[in-house]
Design a protein around this ligand. Sequence first.
Ligand SMILES: [Zn+2]
Length: 492
Amino acid sequence: MKRLIPSIFLATVFGIFFILVSCQPKSSTPVAEVAELEKAYDLYKEQSIDHRRFKYNDVIHLVTKRKQGFLVEEIGRSVEGKSIYQMTLGQGPTKVLLWSQMHGNESTATMALFDLFNFLEGENDGFEPIREKLLERLTLRFIPMVNPDGMDQWIRRNSLDIDLNRDAIALASPEAVILKNARDFFSPDFGFNLHDQQIYYTAGETSTPATISVLAPAYNYETEVNDIRKRAMQVIVGMNKVIQQIAPGHVGKYDDAFEPRAFGDNFQKWGTSTILIESGGYPNDPEKQEIRRLNFIIMLHALLEIAEVQYTQYSLDDYYSIPDNSIRLMDLVVRNISQSKEQHAYEIDLGIRRRESDAHGSFFVSGVVDDLGDLSIFYGFEELDAKGLEVVEGKVYETPFANVREITWDKAMGLLREGYLGAKVQEAVDRELHSLPLIVLKNGNSISMGIRTGGNPNFFLAQGGNLRYAIVNGYLIDLNDNSPQKLMQRVQ
Ligand SMILES: [Zn+2]
């Protein structure tokens, strides 16, 4: 009897405790609302960057000149002698390494890292609880711009023409040695491998761009899943949930075929739960600023989920159900173009992709017919149904202009409406860049229509004899629309 009262007492206490525990917020409570993360981005976006082709010297101060807090250390130099830095912040037991731009022309995540650095240094903004949690529970280490030489040349590879992401084992390049040493010294629990992919990837067999593609890379050919890889998959599920709220459907899963020479695959093998983020394309976002914003939001969210160990709630089924990457996009698809040959008319779809080339510290594009025929499985960022329209060859305006600056947008549109697709100039300094809806020629008197694979498409589409659209270097110009677009062109 004597022990009965304490037992009842204990049972009551446990009962109350149980009720209290079950009233606690469920583990699926988000670590932060999307609106809050979006607000953080608006506050901390690094305003000095608004395009993706920035150079090392223009941004390196964003690494080296941080406020107190970041420990910034040079950890080696590139082939051409540019310093590569690691930046460390936080004192937590869970170590996270994030590295960007091992491929020189993949800069989207680097921009988002600069934004994230600003956020991590912020104060008196209401984000203190988030920031404190991150820095108490995590030790964050960043290596932005692993390939500064490639970045300055705007190429994927380094200055020795080595693909750093195929050099994790051979370690022939100094940049790969730097990244490998950084991993070995730090032994991170989590790694974020930050890249850009082609803008033409879609989420599965749909027309929706894979704006972000994700992968927990495999650590063997069998693509097995151990606890290390499983954690990476779970973090990805959390990231996917956030993107679905902002850009529904815009997530693809990168191919998980094991690449024994790649860093992500080897990080996973070496014991770091590794998450690959690939920034793809998004409509009307040629400079990838919306994609940069998404990067910031999902990285911050993922770090919070890691800090709170919230990712463990996610099932791997939700990882596997992310649609696979597929390449289904073109810049422009013109459907049902009528082509005549030997007195017969044929209907084809024309798929155009634009290739970028560096020039004058900027770039220009060349529209190329990537494919033609039945393109029903492909989609365009822009599409036009040309059914019922006639293809018309463009003329070159005979009287030369003195230079490109003499041709205004309105003048160019006027020439297009009169059937001129090209104009000549007397002077063109080093074939300068321009953004006119017209082919500007230094030499030459004619413009080929280019309706063949590999061709440079330039022609008009007319309806009942009236010119309706121009295809200029693969850009679609609506002749009834006067609002200027920015075409990236060069004098030819
Ligand atoms: Zn890459």
